[in-house]
Write a protein that binds this ligand. Structure first.
Ligand SMILES: C[S@@+](CC[C@H](N)C(=O)[O-])C[C@H]1O[C@@H](n2cnc3c(N)ncnc32)[C@H](O)[C@@H]1O
Length: 250
């Protein structure tokens, strides 16, 4: 499936639950280092664009571009695989929560490398490098992205210079409704709007999640979820494999 078409379909209310989380924002700002100009590829509504640098946003989805706030960085409608930009035209290329959507991730990575002068910063979730996640372990195993992400990891290793991985334990009250954001707020996974704005849910075949979600609902009502996982509600953060990856080019 063309993933920009997916976001044209699911993206209309994206900003309702996918807000900028200030701690992810700080991580990305630090990872960008001294870069003064940034091309944000797969930028969507622009959640993590640094306001203090020159930014160009790129995204193939008109629906996502339409949700960018007035006054945010200019946006170009294009795909990572073919960036209509000159070689080495930005200090840094940034890609946040988007690589798993690209049709040809290797071509996209080569394009990031071509247009960036100093560094590439990627934010993604690499499940095997974090703690097991109860949602995919116990309720919705078909949503486990580990296999797809393994292919991304290989592509990053082969297409980019060695990357430094900065771990990001996900805060309990993460403002960005990512797939794993509600690890301590299980009730949220039953909310239709939360589900709609998470591509793993939107991509699942209709009906395929009903059994797991019904079991989660029943376990929350009976107290079974809290008996098994209730201690999570008291943790401040949990490492579920989110990483900022930084590749230095110069
Ligand atoms: C989960 S959203 C993330 C948006 C933004 N980076 C953020 O963190 O809020 C994924 C974005 O990737 C974009 N996308 C899908 N296919 C793409 C491609 N081939 N090249 C670049 N972006 C793509 C989608 O349109 C969508 O805006």
């Amino acid at each position: 499936m063309d993933m920009s078409a997916l976001y044209d379909r699911i993206g209309a209310c994206y900003s309702a639950t996918r807000r900028t989380d200030p701690r992810i924002e700080a991580l990305i700002r630090d990872a960008l280092g001294d870069a003064r100009s940034v091309v944000n590829v797969g930028a969507g509504a622009g959640a993590y664009e640094p306001a203090d640098r020159e930014v160009l946003a790129v995204d193939p989805s008109a629906t996502m571009i339409a949700q960018r706030r007035r006054g945010s960085a200019p946006a170009l409608q294009a795909s990572a695989e073919s960036l209509p930009l000159p070689d080495q035209s930005f200090d840094a290329a940034l890609a946040v929560n988007t690589l798993h959507h690209w049709t040809d991730v290797r071509a996209g990575l080569r394009e990031l490398r071509r247009v960036a002068r100093k560094r590439i910063v990627i934010f993604l979730r690499d499940p095997p490098s974090g703690q097991p996640f109860w949602l995919t372990e116990d309720y919705l195993p078909s949503l486990d992205p580990s296999r797809r992400i393994a292919a991304l990891r290989d592509a990053i290793r082969e297409e980019l210079p060695p990357v430094k991985a900065l771990p990001f334990p996900l805060p309990r009250d993460c403002a960005d409704g990512l797939f794993a954001a509600y690890w301590a707020r299980p009730e949220m996974y039953l909310d239709g709007e939360v589900q709609r704005n998470i591509s793993n849910f939107a991509l699942a075949e209709e009906g395929s999640l009903a059994e797991g979600l019904a079991r989660l609902e029943a376990d929350l009502a009976s107290g079974e979820w809290d008996r098994k996982y209730g201690e999570l509600r008291r943790l401040e953060s949990l490492d579920l494999g989110h990483r900022a990856l930084v590749a230095e080019l110069a």
